[in-house]
Ligand binder design. Structure first.
Ligand code: PLP
Length: 396
């Protein structure tokens, strides 16, 4: 007898980054030299004082469950950190500590998504937004992000997508996969326009909020008091502190949703690994030099990769304002994004992702993560240049 899965399992998407990583690893195992610019995680180690705090927590006997919403000192540290960085007051009671940034998006989307509901999300954008929206039964409404606007949203365009059925609007700045940042005036316009749509909740994914270049400042939706009663903030430690494998994130929920979010946590994971929470506390309360050094290294690599991409035949790349991704337009090469991704890996030994892994509006683009050394980035660009030149010569 065949097993009968719930129909919604058929609508669950995935994150191609993990598949490309597996293919790259398989090629490496065959002895091929692979440069991985595919995976979205810092290539730095978690700073030592954070690791030590995690180890100490285990030695001190923090082996048991913690409160479902997270240990109080950590939620207090999150509130202090938000105040230090954004000058915004947040109550520790509204903070939910979760196992990674993804959990907040899953909770927010399943809280609002059901058949008949609409959820607006960035496209190209983090693939899990669209995947979970479909899984929830809601209709995904793409907010197209365009190169000529530096991949920032246009507030009027976003507002034009709102209908009486819209339940949730997802925004992400600085963004994955484009590195785009939304200017303050667009956020101002969006928030002003949302006054006319009080039925719409907002989830702001600010996980790259501390990775900004050329003196840009982070604009957080937390700093708009008018929407605080319907704003869900997604943030965490993964990118800022090079802690992707610790599985630690947090959200800030409005008063009327926080108990529901905590209930989802209790149903799903009970609480976050206790030692990871103590490590997260050390990250927020300790020195921030490692964060600044890492962002400075990304700033240098960003210059290197953007310059090199713009020298490739048929490729143009706008300068990303944040995160650690470049999103070049490769439509001039004659290769579709997915084909480009595949030949680049199989023939040039460079792993990067097709723009279509981030939604239909990513066609014509590739995503390169520059969380890799300058030497590796330069070598990857040399290999891609050779690949493109050989293909052009073959055609003539
Ligand atoms: N949000 C965005 C925009 C991301 O790019 C990522 C990870 O790549 C996440 C959230 C998820 O982060 P985490 O690894 O903490 O779940």
């Amino acid at each position: 007898m065949s097993l009968a899965l719930a129909a919604r399992m058929g609508s669950l998407g995935t994150e191609t980054a993990f598949e490309v990583l597996a293919r790259a690893k398989a090629l490496e195992a065959q002895g091929r030299s692979i440069i991985n610019l595919g995976i979205g995680q810092p290539d730095f180690r978690t700073p030592d004082h954070i690791v030590e705090a995690g180890i100490k927590a285990l030695r001190d006997g923090h082996h048991g469950y913690t409160p479902a919403n997270g240990i109080l000192p950590l939620r207090e540290a999150v509130a202090r950190d938000i105040h230090r960085r954004l000058k915004v007051e947040v109550s520790p009671a509204n903070v939910l500590v979760v196992p990674g940034g993804k959990v907040t998006m899953f909770f927010a989307i399943v809280m609002f998504g059901e058949p008949g509901a609409e959820i607006i999300y960035p496209n190209p954008g983090f693939p899990i937004y669209e995947s979970v929206i479909r899984f929830s039964g809601a209709t995904p409404v793409p907010m197209p992000l365009k190169e000529d606007k530096g991949f920032a949203f246009d507030a009027d365009e976003v507002l034009s997508l709102v209908t009486p059925r819209t339940r949730l609007l997802i925004v992400n700045s600085p963004a994955n996969p484009t590195g785009g940042t939304v200017p303050r005036e667009q956020f101002d316009r969006l928030v002003k326009g949302l006054e006319r749509h009080p039925h719409v909740a907002i989830m702001s994914d600010e996980i790259y909020g501390q990775m900004l270049y050329d003196g840009r400042e982070h604009v957080s939706l937390l700093s708009y008091p008018g929407i605080r009663d319907r704003l869900i903030l997604l943030d965490g430690w993964s990118k800022t502190y090079a802690m992707t494998g610790w599985r630690l994130g947090y959200s800030v929920w409005p008063e009327k949703l926080v108990a529901q979010a905590e209930r989802l946590a209790i149903n799903c994971h009970s609480c976050v690994n206790a030692s990871a929470q103590y490590a997260g506390l050390a990250a927020l309360d300790g020195p921030q030099d490692a964060v600044h050094d890492m962002v400075a290294a990304f700033a240098t690599r960003r210059k290197v990769i953007v310059r090199a991409l713009n020298q490739l035949p048929g490729v143009t790349c706008v300068e990303p304002g944040g995160a650690f991704y470049a999103f070049p337009n490769v439509s001039g090469t004659g290769l579709g994004s997915r084909d480009f991704q595949d030949v680049m890996l199989s023939e040039a030994g460079v792993a990067a992702l097709s723009g279509t892994a981030f939604g239909a509006h990513g066609e014509g683009y590739l995503r390169f993560s520059y969380a890799n050394s300058v030497e590796n980035i330069a070598e990857a660009m040399r290999r891609i240049g050779k690949l493109l030149t050989e293909r052009t010569n073959k055609r003539h």
